[in-house]
Design a protein. Structure first.
Length: 246
């Protein structure tokens, strides 16, 4: 009954399904009833009928505002911690040494393929003796590769030497080491980190390391800044809440 309603407050929300509104009704016994506009076809009519001549509960409104801001602050803090954790993974130098790689030899079962993406290019090698795998020079290393010379010098039926990570060799080719779930997901793909013959180096290990390290530094800066901005935002919101309390 309307005479049981002491006061009210409303909060507008947004979602991918459209805007909606919560109407909070405080009863004389201090019980709070919450109505959702999604549940009523004629919500506006119901709302204005209910709250007519009833005062707005500004204390409850401030309390709900504070609760939302605290929730946002916590989310920003958690995101900041996550971003900083991701940044820390890029901080360490994972450059490969000669002890970290293995060389495989095989006969090309097809011409080297140049694969185009929207913003990427890569090279695919398929070998007769390892036909279950696609050896790949990815987008970053592609920039450091003399790919035109490589595709001109090696054709189907030619023998080629490819340098890959020893970790991938032992997991997928020699099967000395058990594979992780990620290795199984990307089972057929093996990254090439160096290609050379007696006369020419088409992609050097040092250039492979350099381009990946530069990418890691860029990712470290990006995620680090995102983390700091998120944490600063969280602290700013909390300070605003404390100022309102005071």
């Amino acid at each position: 009954m309307r005479n049981e309603i002491n006061n009210w407050t409303a909060r507008e929300k947004e979602s991918k399904y459209g805007n909606y509104e919560y109407l909070y009704l405080t009863l004389n016994n201090n019980e709070i009833i919450k109505l959702n506009s999604f549940d009523y076809a004629n919500f506006e009519e119901i709302k204005w009928t209910i709250i007519k001549n009833k005062p707005q509960n500004t204390i409850l409104k401030e309390k709900l505002d504070r609760k939302e801001k605290i929730k946002l602050s916590i989310i920003l803090a958690l995101l900041g911690i996550l971003f900083l954790f991701v940044a820390s993974q890029f901080y360490k130098d994972d450059s490969l040494t000669r002890n970290d790689v293995s060389v495989i030899k095989g006969t090309l079962s097809a011409d080297i393929k140049l694969k185009h993406g929207k913003k990427s290019k890569s090279l695919i090698f398929e070998l007769e003796n390892l036909n279950g795998f696609k050896f790949k020079i990815g987008t970053l290393a592609f920039r450091e590769t003399y790919f035109e010379d490589l595709m001109k010098d090696f054709k189907k039926g030619d023998t080629i030497s490819l340098t890959i990570e020893k970790d991938q060799y032992e997991k997928k080719i020699s099967k000395k080491t058990p594979m992780s779930s990620w290795d199984k997901f990307k089972y057929e793909a093996i990254a090439v980190v160096e290609v050379k013959n007696k006369n020419f180096t088409y992609l050097s290990l040092s250039d492979f390391n350099k381009t990946h390290r530069n990418n890691d530094i860029s990712a470290f800066i990006f995620f680090g800044l995102c983390g700091l901005i998120s944490i600063i935002g969280s602290i700013y919101i909390l300070r605003k809440i404390n100022q309102l309390k005071a």
